[in-house]
Ligand binder design. Structure first.
Ligand SMILES: NC(=O)c1ccc[n+]([C@@H]2O[C@H](COP(=O)([O-])OP(=O)(O)OC[C@H]3O[C@@H](n4cnc5c(N)ncnc54)[C@H](O)[C@@H]3O)[C@@H](O)[C@H]2O)c1
Length: 271
């Protein structure tokens, strides 16, 4: 992790999905940078583990158990943050429903209920948090929102249609929020991670598939949650004050090359 500079001193942040992976790394980095962090997760016990790590490092944080697909719970989450720390400046949306992955299959074969469950968390979670956070940000002159999208929004994984669609819709939401509230000082951006090793992806992909991911990264290693957290820190800090409505790709170059490059490399190696 990079050395800290207090870039978020005096700021209050909510991080959804803060009990695991990217959300946990972001919560910890933001606390190191001086933010007061409300770590929100469906699994409150996991949010508490992240908070314990922050407190051990001398940071300020509170856990909050909430299902972001439920607007009432999100309203309570935002009210808790404002009540506890006196305002809200930064919102980070990383909550994602990984429980439907094995059912999110080819469109003509999958149960459509999966769509409601995936979009309910990955898209509507971002809608609910923005709806209830923005009035508090406007009251203090501005704020910064970052939503998790994915390369899957524009590069098909063949299957996982509900996930891909939810992440594509998050980009539309991000650009709309940026336009609606940018003049009033609330910036909204998205981060599109490529393959990041997290508890979720370790379960999702076999060792063989992970090796394929490594082959397709134009970097010496796979991505880590900290790689995304550092981009999130930039987007949440004043250093990015003129960046609004953008998607920052954090993928080690996975989406940078033309699809035929691996085949060309193999042909060159064989000749
Ligand atoms: N890891 C990657 O390779 C990768 C790639 C592209 C995009 N992303 C996106 O980045 C974000 C974080 O990914 P990750 O790998 O750290 O995921 P993760 O599964 O490790 O963490 C997601 C967290 O969201 C929580 N959550 C699930 N449903 C929730 C709900 N209804 N309400 C509140 N919290 C809920 C989970 O309990 C978990 O702690 C996700 O939005 C994911 O889609 C990740």
């Amino acid at each position: 992790m990079a050395s800290t500079t207090g870039r978020l001193t005096g700021k209050t942040a909510i991080v959804t999905g803060g009990g695991s992976g990217i959300g946990a790394a972001t919560s910890e980095l933001f606390a190191k940078e001086g933010a007061r962090v409300v770590v929100a997760d469906l699994h409150g016990a996991n949010a508490s583990i992240t908070v314990e790590r922050i407190l051990e490092e001398g940071g300020t944080a509170e856990p909050f158990a909430a299902d972001v697909s439920d607007e009432t719970q999100v309203e309570e989450l935002v009210a808790f943050a404002v009540r506890t720390y006196g305002g809200l400046d930064v919102l980070q949306n990383y909550a994602s429903n990984r429980g439907v992955v094995e059912h999110d299959l080819f469109v003509a074969e999958a149960d459509t209920e999966v769509w409601a469950r995936q979009l309910g968390v990955d898209l509507m979670g971002c809608v609910h948090t923005a709806k209830h956070a923005i009035p508090h940000m406007l009251a203090t002159g501005g704020g910064s929102i970052t939503n998790a999208t994915s390369l899957a929004a524009w590069l098909s994984l063949e299957s996982r249609p509900a996930y891909a669609t939810s992440k594509a819709a998050v980009i539309g939401l991000t650009k709309t929020l940026a336009t609606e509230y940018g003049k009033k000082g609330v910036r909204t951006n998205a981060i599109a991670p490529g393959h990041i090793v997290s508890p979720a992806t370790e379960k999702m992909y076999s060792d063989e598939q992970t090796q394929v991911m490594l082959d397709h990264v134009s970097a010496p290693r796979l991505g880590r949650p900290d790689d995304v957290a550092l981009a999130a820190l930039f987007l949440a800090s004043p250093e990015s004050s003129f960046i609004n409505g953008q998607v920052i790709v954090v993928d080690g170059g996975m989406s940078a090359y033309a699809p035929m490059v691996p085949t060309f490399r193999r042909l060159a190696a064989d000749s």
